[in-house]
Ligand binder design. Structure first.
Ligand SMILES: [Zn+2]
Length: 317
């Protein structure tokens, strides 16, 4: 008997990861190709479709039901990838339609953070939770808002760009061309910017001063904080305070049962969660106090993007 399976695809600036995922969230087979393997999207889609067919044939005993795709600036309504700054393809790429033609299977596409939220909903800690928010704290800050079991896409298909709410008017420059966006503070790169600003503004000793500034990343800030370094701990506290503000602002809009955090910065564990919960408690509107939890995502970081895209396919197809 052949078992139904879906393919999850995560399109990244450098690599595109793809895998076959069963209904329980088990990855049967997976692989990656370079996203710039073909300079034109058409060529790339042909190659990728071929690779997926190959993977299904090699796995044996499975029938491909459909495909889910997570992509930067992915538009859920149109199935397009639009003006993605980190991809070489320019303009608006009707990716889902083209993939559908190549594979002759249904294809559904959204942005990577929304796909991660669906992954949390179908395979992770949000199972059975109808209202939750997922924030991914990586190079930037991505988000997925789930209200009454549905991801909020908005009429444009681009809703949930929470990394680009203005936290500090006239603040840090952001890749979107504006200033003071949440992701310039609350992300793996944001905390490094904070640590470097503190090092410039302050005179106190820090373990971080022993490191070549070009090499400082969020992991090294966490390592210094773990050793009790005051400046690094303060960088975590500042990051947590801005993130807490963003969370309490979101909570008054959608009243989630849980806020899941995912991504590189979340590996710092209690260095982030302790000050975050402290600031949230202080800043939250009283009627919402203790109505929601802040939790690490339960989806393992390896293959999370494939699982998210696959979960979208299982949910929608
Ligand atoms: Zn921005």
């Amino acid at each position: 008997m052949t078992e139904e399976i879906v393919a999850g695809i995560d399109i990244g600036g450098t690599n595109t990861a793809y895998g076959l995922v069963d209904k329980q969230g088990k990855i049967i087979a997976d692989s990656t190709i370079d996203t710039d393997k073909s300079p034109e999207p058409d060529g790339f889609i042909k190659i990728l479709a071929g690779e997926i067919n190959k993977l299904v044939a090699e796995a044996g005993g499975f029938k491909l039901k459909g495909v889910g795709i997570g992509a930067p600036n992915g538009n859920y309504h149109k199935g397009t990838i639009e003006l993605a700054p980190n991809l070489t393809w320019k303009g608006i790429v009707p990716f889902a339609d083209k993939m559908k033609k190549e594979l002759n299977k249904p294809v559904v596409l959204t942005n990577d953070a929304n796909a991660a939220a669906v992954g949390e909903m179908i395979f992770g800690g949000a199972k059975g939770i109808k209202d939750f928010i997922l924030l991914t704290l990586g190079t930037g800050l991505g988000s997925g808002f789930v209200v009454n079991n549905e991801v909020v896409y908005g009429h444009t298909g681009f809703a949930g760009e929470y990394g680009h709410v203005t936290m500090i008017p006239g603040g840090r420059e952001c890749g979107c061309g504006r200033k003071g966006c949440l992701e310039t503070y609350a992300s793996a790169t944001g905390i490094v910017r904070t640590a470097k600003i503190f090092m410039e503004e302050r005179k106190d000793y820090s373990l971080l001063r022993e490191i070549n500034p070009a090499l400082i990343d969020s992991k090294l800030v966490a390592e210094a904080a773990e050793k009790g370094d005051k400046l690094a701990l303060d960088a975590f506290d500042y990051t947590a305070e801005i993130l807490a503000l963003a969370i309490v602002n979101a909570v008054v809009v959608t009243s989630p049962k849980a806020v899941f955090l995912f991504g590189g910065l979340v590996k710092a564990g209690n260095l982030l969660f302790e000050p975050l919960r402290k600031h949230v408690d202080r800043l939250i509107m009283p009627v919402f106090r203790n109505t929601f939890e802040i939790l690490p995502s339960s989806i393992p970081e390896t293959n999370a993007a494939i699982l998210g895209a696959a979960a979208l396919a299982w949910k929608e197809l």
